[in-house]
Design a binder for this molecule. Structure first.
Ligand code: SAH
Length: 470
């Protein structure tokens, strides 16, 4: 982020603008929505500017700006449509201590004006750091359609009521009250009863909330999916929106964590599979303590929480403490990996079962029914296999698996840095060592990437498929 978005207090303060043509007009239309004192310097102002000055909406000074003209101004706009004059104005305004923007000149501006969706006091600012004004306009148009025009009125009525709502304890209770108003009772009441209706609804709602029994805390075990935030379920999105505390593993992607409600406590417990981290007992205690205090706890696990996630131990801890819980399933790494190599987990005539195995568990390399796995046509997704690849390879071949059995390694499945490596059982350990994987990886034993994938451009599938193996 090269520009940090903030909202500047301009009520009663001064904003100066130099220029009198089309660029000045466009900026002034926007600035007239503020409660700032506007001063315009122009020796040739457009008639609209003259009219605004006559109506007392701004102060017009019919000459070029001079040193000292921007003293006490918070913001200064160079809108002369003349590079030299804008540069002269920018220099003198900067010297006067104002923050300067030159219209259509990102380079020499100290701040930029975003595209704005105005539902005063709700204001949405959209910026693309000058990279894509078309995109900003499209987003603006979309939001203009989506945000009801009554939103501003509702927010203003709500604001005046804040003192009353402070009778509710801070945190979830107060938040529940406000979301019931803005998303439920408020819009209905304003439609039928106007501003007065909305005010009445606030009082009735507050009474209801003041007398309601305290909500109990609870835990939701939520699947964060393999990394791509678009692979979250709608239920997971909702849970992240409503969480007071989110306890997450290391494998949950930053893009997914971005979606957690800003006010929620975000606690990383650093777990990756069975790797070293905060101990399981400490995780259980964290979860249970927060929920016992009335918090909505989201225990966010990568992929699907029911797959290699020690879910049972955490459910047992909740049960022992009398805390209610729910499970929100997610897309497990194997599902994303299989999809991105263009294969199906099961296939008529090839495999009628599909195993999810771990290469490694708390006790070390995991043992399996090697004989069954070695049979031709077997398909398995092997999690946590980076360290155990040589062991797996040895065991499988010892039990008769063919060296040319395909194995596809999918690293960072569904993420921007996803890599797909195609190899065979006999080359697995060596190829895995060469690949120097740094991210989480799942092995698809018995599956090669669909041949057609190799022909697609990298930009679509981000593949790094070893051509020889195809
Ligand atoms: N509950 C998770 C698995 C946790 S165990 C799930 O359902 O996906 C951790 C292992 O999952 C990692 O060692 C790796 O094998 C696998 N894994 C998790 N995220 C992955 C990803 N984005 N790409 C590939 N493998 C992943």
């Amino acid at each position: 982020m090269k520009h940090f978005p903030i909202f500047v207090a301009v009520e009663g303060r001064r904003i100066t603008l130099s220029g009198g043509g089309a660029a000045a007009l466009a900026k002034l239309r926007l600035l007239l929505k503020t409660e700032a004192h506007l001063t315009v310097f122009s020796d040739d102002p457009a008639p609209e500017i003259v009219a605004w000055a006559e109506a007392g909406k701004l102060q017009l000074i019919r000459r070029r700006a001079q040193a000292g003209d921007a003293l006490c101004a918070v913001l200064a706009y160079g809108a002369n449509e003349d590079a030299a004059e804008d540069a002269r104005f920018a220099a003198l305004a900067r010297a006067d201590g104002a923050l300067v923007n030159i219209v259509d000149n990102l380079e020499d501006s100290q701040f930029i004006t975003p595209a704005i969706v105005d539902r005063d006091p709700v204001t949405v600012a959209i910026g693309t750091e000058g990279a894509a004004p078309v995109l900003a306009r499209a987003i603006k148009a979309d939001l203009e359609d989506r945000l009801p025009t009554g939103l501003g009125r509702l927010a203003r009525i709500g604001k005046a009521f804040r003192k009353h709502a402070d009778r509710l304890p801070m945190g979830r209770k107060r938040r529940d009250f406000w979301s019931a108003f803005y998303f439920n009772d408020g819009p209905q009441a304003i439609d039928t009863g106007g501003d007065q209706g909305a005010e009445d609804a606030l009082h009735a709602l507050l009474d209801r909330h003041l007398t309601a029994r305290p909500a109990a805390g609870r835990v939701a075990f939520v699947g964060a999916g393999p990394g791509d935030p678009e692979l979250l379920t709608l239920k997971a999105r909702k849970a992240l929106d409503g969480a007071d505390v989110v306890i997450h593993d290391r494998l949950v992607s930053p893009e997914v964590l971005e979606l957690v409600r800003r006010e929620a406590d975000l606690i990383s417990v650093g777990k990756e599979g069975f790797g070293p981290s905060v101990s399981q007992d400490e995780i259980n205690a964290l979860m249970v303590d927060h929920a016992a205090n009335g918090a909505h706890v989201v225990r966010l696990k990568s992929g699907d929480p029911t797959v290699f996630g020690r879910l049972d131990e955490e459910m047992d801890a909740c049960e022992a403490a009398g805390i209610a819980f729910t499970i929100v399933p997610g897309i497990t790494a194997a599902s994303a990996a299989v999809a991105n190599v263009g294969q199906s987990m099961t296939r008529r005539g090839r495999n009628s079962d599909m195993r999810l195995l771990t290469g490694h568990d708390v006790a070390g390399f995991a043992d399996h029914d090697w004989q069954a796995l070695a049979r031709p046509g077997t398909v398995a997704a092997i999690y946590m296999a980076k360290r155990g690849a040589r062991f797996l390879q040895g065991r499988l071949m010892m039990h008769g698996a063919a060296g040319e059995t395909p194995v596809t390694i999918v690293e960072n499945a569904s993420r921007a840095d996803e890599r797909i490596l195609s190899t065979t059982l006999s080359d697995l350990a060596a190829d895995l060592a060469d690949a120097k994987l740094t991210g989480p990886a799942v092995l698809l034993y018995g599956l090669a990437p669909r041949a057609a994938l190799a022909a697609l451009p990298d930009t679509i599938f981000r593949t790094d498929i070893k051509e020889a193996a195809l």
